[in-house]
Design a protein around this ligand. Structure first.
Ligand code: FES
Length: 317
Protein backbone atom coordinates (compact mmCIF):
# COMPACT_ATOMS: atom_id res chain seq x y z
CA UNK A 1 0.00 0.00 0.00
CA UNK A 2 1.44 3.36 -0.92
CA UNK A 3 2.00 5.91 1.79
CA UNK A 4 -0.27 8.96 2.05
CA UNK A 5 1.71 12.11 1.46
CA UNK A 6 0.71 15.70 2.12
CA UNK A 7 1.48 18.86 0.19
CA UNK A 8 2.25 21.83 2.42
CA UNK A 9 3.73 25.30 2.16
CA UNK A 10 6.22 27.03 4.45
CA UNK A 11 4.08 29.70 6.07
CA UNK A 12 6.71 31.08 8.40
CA UNK A 13 10.45 30.70 8.81
CA UNK A 14 12.39 32.11 11.74
CA UNK A 15 16.15 32.02 12.29
CA UNK A 16 16.68 31.35 15.96
CA UNK A 17 20.47 31.16 15.84
CA UNK A 18 23.05 30.88 13.07
CA UNK A 19 22.33 27.17 12.87
CA UNK A 20 18.68 26.71 13.90
CA UNK A 21 15.58 27.59 11.92
CA UNK A 22 11.99 27.13 13.03
CA UNK A 23 9.40 26.46 10.35
CA UNK A 24 5.63 26.53 10.27
CA UNK A 25 4.06 24.39 7.57
CA UNK A 26 0.43 24.72 6.56
CA UNK A 27 -1.75 22.89 4.06
CA UNK A 28 -1.98 24.41 0.59
CA UNK A 29 -5.67 25.17 1.05
CA UNK A 30 -5.28 26.49 4.60
CA UNK A 31 -7.36 23.61 6.01
CA UNK A 32 -6.42 21.89 9.26
CA UNK A 33 -3.62 19.33 9.00
CA UNK A 34 -4.01 15.74 10.25
CA UNK A 35 -3.85 15.36 14.02
CA UNK A 36 -0.61 14.30 15.66
CA UNK A 37 0.42 13.05 19.07
CA UNK A 38 3.13 14.51 21.27
CA UNK A 39 6.52 13.08 20.25
CA UNK A 40 5.53 12.57 16.60
CA UNK A 41 7.69 13.39 13.62
CA UNK A 42 7.12 13.92 9.92
CA UNK A 43 9.27 13.11 6.90
CA UNK A 44 10.27 16.10 4.81
CA UNK A 45 10.86 15.25 1.16
CA UNK A 46 13.82 17.49 0.44
CA UNK A 47 14.89 16.14 -2.92
CA UNK A 48 15.23 13.01 -5.00
CA UNK A 49 15.84 10.20 -2.49
CA UNK A 50 16.43 12.84 0.21
CA UNK A 51 13.86 12.25 2.93
CA UNK A 52 14.57 13.30 6.49
CA UNK A 53 12.61 13.14 9.73
CA UNK A 54 11.97 16.10 11.97
CA UNK A 55 10.04 16.13 15.23
CA UNK A 56 6.96 18.28 15.54
CA UNK A 57 7.42 20.80 18.32
CA UNK A 58 4.09 22.61 18.29
CA UNK A 59 1.01 22.10 20.39
CA UNK A 60 -0.78 18.88 19.31
CA UNK A 61 -4.07 20.67 20.01
CA UNK A 62 -3.32 23.13 17.18
CA UNK A 63 -3.24 21.52 13.76
CA UNK A 64 -3.50 24.75 11.77
CA UNK A 65 0.27 24.37 11.27
CA UNK A 66 3.04 21.86 11.87
CA UNK A 67 5.92 23.53 13.68
CA UNK A 68 9.43 22.11 13.62
CA UNK A 69 13.04 23.08 14.22
CA UNK A 70 15.98 22.21 12.00
CA UNK A 71 19.61 22.40 13.05
CA UNK A 72 22.09 22.85 10.23
CA UNK A 73 24.35 19.93 10.96
CA UNK A 74 28.01 20.46 10.04
CA UNK A 75 28.15 16.72 9.31
CA UNK A 76 24.93 16.83 7.30
CA UNK A 77 24.34 14.04 4.82
CA UNK A 78 22.46 16.62 2.78
CA UNK A 79 19.14 16.91 4.59
CA UNK A 80 19.58 19.79 7.01
CA UNK A 81 21.69 21.80 4.56
CA UNK A 82 19.02 21.40 1.86
CA UNK A 83 16.31 22.39 4.34
CA UNK A 84 18.18 25.54 5.41
CA UNK A 85 18.90 26.48 1.82
CA UNK A 86 15.58 25.74 0.18
CA UNK A 87 12.76 25.94 2.71
CA UNK A 88 11.97 29.64 2.45
CA UNK A 89 8.57 31.19 3.18
CA UNK A 90 6.20 30.28 0.36
CA UNK A 91 8.10 27.11 -0.62
CA UNK A 92 5.82 24.14 -1.30
CA UNK A 93 6.97 20.70 -0.27
CA UNK A 94 5.81 17.15 0.31
CA UNK A 95 5.68 15.64 3.77
CA UNK A 96 4.51 12.37 5.28
CA UNK A 97 1.63 11.97 7.67
CA UNK A 98 2.79 12.36 11.28
CA UNK A 99 4.17 9.17 12.82
CA UNK A 100 4.98 8.58 16.44
CA UNK A 101 7.78 6.32 17.65
CA UNK A 102 8.29 8.37 20.78
CA UNK A 103 4.91 8.49 22.53
CA UNK A 104 4.19 9.64 26.05
CA UNK A 105 3.25 6.86 28.45
CA UNK A 106 -0.37 7.18 29.44
CA UNK A 107 -0.98 7.49 33.16
CA UNK A 108 2.61 8.19 34.26
CA UNK A 109 2.61 9.84 37.69
CA UNK A 110 5.60 12.01 36.74
CA UNK A 111 7.36 12.74 33.45
CA UNK A 112 10.88 14.12 33.16
CA UNK A 113 11.66 15.57 29.73
CA UNK A 114 15.31 16.21 28.86
CA UNK A 115 16.24 17.82 25.55
CA UNK A 116 19.81 18.50 24.44
CA UNK A 117 20.21 21.13 21.73
CA UNK A 118 17.73 20.60 18.90
CA UNK A 119 16.50 17.56 20.87
CA UNK A 120 14.26 20.07 22.65
CA UNK A 121 11.74 19.84 19.78
CA UNK A 122 9.84 16.63 20.64
CA UNK A 123 9.95 17.66 24.30
CA UNK A 124 8.00 20.81 23.50
CA UNK A 125 5.06 18.94 21.97
CA UNK A 126 5.15 16.58 24.96
CA UNK A 127 5.11 19.50 27.36
CA UNK A 128 2.09 21.03 25.62
CA UNK A 129 0.29 17.72 25.90
CA UNK A 130 1.18 17.07 29.54
CA UNK A 131 0.20 20.63 30.42
CA UNK A 132 -3.17 20.25 28.69
CA UNK A 133 -3.78 17.01 30.57
CA UNK A 134 -2.70 18.55 33.86
CA UNK A 135 0.02 15.92 34.36
CA UNK A 136 3.09 16.52 36.56
CA UNK A 137 6.27 17.05 34.55
CA UNK A 138 9.59 18.86 34.38
CA UNK A 139 11.36 19.93 31.20
CA UNK A 140 15.13 20.36 31.17
CA UNK A 141 16.71 22.09 28.20
CA UNK A 142 20.47 21.65 27.92
CA UNK A 143 22.69 23.54 25.51
CA UNK A 144 26.13 24.97 25.03
CA UNK A 145 24.99 28.59 25.32
CA UNK A 146 21.94 30.80 24.85
CA UNK A 147 23.48 32.08 21.62
CA UNK A 148 23.49 28.61 20.05
CA UNK A 149 20.13 27.44 21.41
CA UNK A 150 16.84 27.74 19.55
CA UNK A 151 13.32 28.20 20.89
CA UNK A 152 14.32 30.33 23.89
CA UNK A 153 11.55 32.86 23.28
CA UNK A 154 8.97 30.10 22.80
CA UNK A 155 10.00 28.46 26.05
CA UNK A 156 9.89 31.77 27.90
CA UNK A 157 6.36 32.62 26.76
CA UNK A 158 4.56 29.27 26.40
CA UNK A 159 1.85 27.78 28.58
CA UNK A 160 4.35 25.46 30.30
CA UNK A 161 7.14 27.97 30.96
CA UNK A 162 6.92 27.35 34.74
CA UNK A 163 8.00 23.76 34.14
CA UNK A 164 11.13 24.64 32.13
CA UNK A 165 14.68 24.60 33.53
CA UNK A 166 17.50 25.75 31.26
CA UNK A 167 21.07 24.51 31.60
CA UNK A 168 23.81 26.18 29.59
CA UNK A 169 27.44 25.07 29.70
CA UNK A 170 28.56 28.65 29.07
CA UNK A 171 26.82 29.73 32.27
CA UNK A 172 28.20 26.83 34.30
CA UNK A 173 24.71 25.47 34.80
CA UNK A 174 25.14 21.91 33.64
CA UNK A 175 22.15 19.74 34.43
CA UNK A 176 22.55 17.90 37.74
CA UNK A 177 21.04 14.60 36.67
CA UNK A 178 21.11 13.11 40.12
CA UNK A 179 19.00 16.00 41.38
CA UNK A 180 16.73 15.94 38.31
CA UNK A 181 16.04 12.22 38.72
CA UNK A 182 15.67 12.32 42.49
CA UNK A 183 12.57 10.51 43.61
CA UNK A 184 12.07 8.80 40.22
CA UNK A 185 10.11 5.65 40.92
CA UNK A 186 8.38 2.96 38.90
CA UNK A 187 5.69 5.46 37.87
CA UNK A 188 8.17 8.05 36.64
CA UNK A 189 9.02 8.15 32.94
CA UNK A 190 12.09 9.80 31.49
CA UNK A 191 12.21 11.08 27.90
CA UNK A 192 15.45 12.11 26.28
CA UNK A 193 16.48 13.43 22.88
CA UNK A 194 19.72 15.07 21.80
CA UNK A 195 23.17 14.46 20.33
CA UNK A 196 24.72 11.02 20.76
CA UNK A 197 27.16 11.87 23.59
CA UNK A 198 24.41 13.66 25.48
CA UNK A 199 22.07 10.69 25.07
CA UNK A 200 24.76 8.28 26.30
CA UNK A 201 25.33 10.48 29.34
CA UNK A 202 21.64 10.75 30.29
CA UNK A 203 20.78 7.10 29.57
CA UNK A 204 23.91 5.78 31.34
CA UNK A 205 23.34 8.02 34.37
CA UNK A 206 19.67 7.05 34.58
CA UNK A 207 20.71 3.40 34.62
CA UNK A 208 23.29 4.02 37.36
CA UNK A 209 20.68 5.90 39.38
CA UNK A 210 18.34 2.91 39.18
CA UNK A 211 15.74 4.16 36.66
CA UNK A 212 14.38 1.01 34.97
CA UNK A 213 15.25 0.72 31.26
CA UNK A 214 11.57 0.40 30.43
CA UNK A 215 10.94 3.86 31.87
CA UNK A 216 13.61 5.54 29.75
CA UNK A 217 12.29 6.64 26.35
CA UNK A 218 14.70 7.91 23.75
CA UNK A 219 14.64 9.59 20.39
CA UNK A 220 17.93 9.42 18.53
CA UNK A 221 19.12 11.52 15.66
CA UNK A 222 22.40 11.52 13.80
CA UNK A 223 23.43 8.08 14.83
CA UNK A 224 26.74 6.87 13.53
CA UNK A 225 25.95 3.58 11.88
CA UNK A 226 28.64 0.96 11.55
CA UNK A 227 28.88 0.09 7.88
CA UNK A 228 30.19 -2.88 5.93
CA UNK A 229 30.88 -6.48 6.86
CA UNK A 230 30.96 -9.92 5.30
CA UNK A 231 28.81 -10.55 2.23
CA UNK A 232 25.64 -12.64 2.63
CA UNK A 233 22.59 -13.75 0.68
CA UNK A 234 19.08 -12.37 1.04
CA UNK A 235 16.00 -14.03 -0.38
CA UNK A 236 13.10 -11.58 -0.73
CA UNK A 237 10.29 -14.10 -0.43
CA UNK A 238 7.31 -12.03 -1.62
CA UNK A 239 9.26 -10.76 -4.62
CA UNK A 240 10.85 -14.16 -5.30
CA UNK A 241 14.27 -12.50 -5.76
CA UNK A 242 17.63 -13.53 -4.32
CA UNK A 243 20.43 -11.00 -3.95
CA UNK A 244 23.97 -11.14 -2.70
CA UNK A 245 24.61 -8.22 -0.33
CA UNK A 246 28.12 -6.96 -0.91
CA UNK A 247 30.65 -6.13 1.82
CA UNK A 248 30.02 -2.40 1.55
CA UNK A 249 26.41 -2.48 0.49
CA UNK A 250 23.21 -2.30 2.54
CA UNK A 251 20.45 -4.87 2.21
CA UNK A 252 18.15 -2.06 1.05
CA UNK A 253 20.54 -1.03 -1.72
CA UNK A 254 21.08 -4.62 -2.87
CA UNK A 255 17.33 -5.24 -3.00
CA UNK A 256 16.63 -1.94 -4.78
CA UNK A 257 19.28 -2.70 -7.38
CA UNK A 258 17.49 -5.98 -8.09
CA UNK A 259 14.17 -4.21 -8.55
CA UNK A 260 12.61 -4.93 -5.14
CA UNK A 261 10.67 -1.95 -3.81
CA UNK A 262 12.10 -0.94 -0.43
CA UNK A 263 11.06 2.14 1.50
CA UNK A 264 13.86 3.92 3.33
CA UNK A 265 14.02 7.24 5.03
CA UNK A 266 16.67 8.02 7.69
CA UNK A 267 19.10 5.33 6.44
CA UNK A 268 20.69 5.22 9.87
CA UNK A 269 18.50 2.86 11.83
CA UNK A 270 16.49 5.43 13.74
CA UNK A 271 13.08 5.74 12.09
CA UNK A 272 11.82 2.20 11.40
CA UNK A 273 10.59 3.03 7.87
CA UNK A 274 12.56 0.15 6.35
CA UNK A 275 11.55 -2.42 8.97
CA UNK A 276 10.99 -5.84 7.46
CA UNK A 277 9.92 -9.20 8.90
CA UNK A 278 12.58 -11.92 9.04
CA UNK A 279 11.36 -15.37 8.04
CA UNK A 280 14.66 -17.22 8.33
CA UNK A 281 18.22 -16.42 9.41
CA UNK A 282 19.78 -14.32 12.16
CA UNK A 283 20.06 -10.56 11.71
CA UNK A 284 22.97 -8.53 12.97
CA UNK A 285 21.07 -5.55 14.35
CA UNK A 286 22.82 -2.21 13.93
CA UNK A 287 19.86 0.11 14.43
CA UNK A 288 18.67 2.04 17.45
CA UNK A 289 15.04 1.72 16.46
CA UNK A 290 14.25 -1.77 17.78
CA UNK A 291 14.31 -2.33 21.52
CA UNK A 292 16.77 -4.84 23.01
CA UNK A 293 13.90 -7.31 23.47
CA UNK A 294 12.77 -6.91 19.87
CA UNK A 295 16.33 -7.44 18.70
CA UNK A 296 16.54 -10.65 20.70
CA UNK A 297 13.39 -11.92 18.97
CA UNK A 298 15.26 -11.68 15.65
CA UNK A 299 12.03 -11.56 13.69
CA UNK A 300 12.42 -8.03 12.31
CA UNK A 301 15.28 -6.14 10.69
CA UNK A 302 15.97 -2.59 9.57
CA UNK A 303 17.32 -3.22 6.09
CA UNK A 304 18.93 0.23 5.71
CA UNK A 305 21.76 -0.56 8.10
CA UNK A 306 21.53 -3.99 9.73
CA UNK A 307 23.23 -7.04 8.28
CA UNK A 308 23.25 -10.81 8.82
CA UNK A 309 25.01 -13.14 11.20
CA UNK A 310 23.88 -16.14 9.15
CA UNK A 311 24.99 -16.75 5.55
CA UNK A 312 21.39 -16.28 4.38
CA UNK A 313 18.38 -14.25 5.42
CA UNK A 314 14.85 -14.77 4.16
CA UNK A 315 12.81 -11.58 4.37
CA UNK A 316 9.09 -10.99 4.00
CA UNK A 317 9.37 -8.46 1.22
S1 FES B 1 15.29 3.89 6.93
FE1 FES B 1 15.08 4.57 8.97
S2 FES B 1 15.49 2.75 10.11
FE2 FES B 1 15.93 2.22 8.08
Amino acid sequence: MSETLLKVVVRKRESHTDGVIALELESLDGEMLPAFQAGAHIDLHLGEELIRQYSLCGDPADTSVYRLGILKDPNSRGGSVAAHLNLLEGTELTISMPRNHFPLMVGAKRSILIGGGIGITPMMSMAYSLMADNQPFELHYCGRSRETSGFLNDLASCSFTKHVDMHFDSEDQRLDLEAALKGADADTHLYVCGPNGFMDWVIGSAKELGVPDTNVHKEFFNVEVKTGGASFEVFAEKSGITVQVGENESIADALKAAGVKVQVSCEQGTCGTCLCDVIEGIPEHRDVYLTDEEKEDNDQITVCCSRSLSPRLVLDI
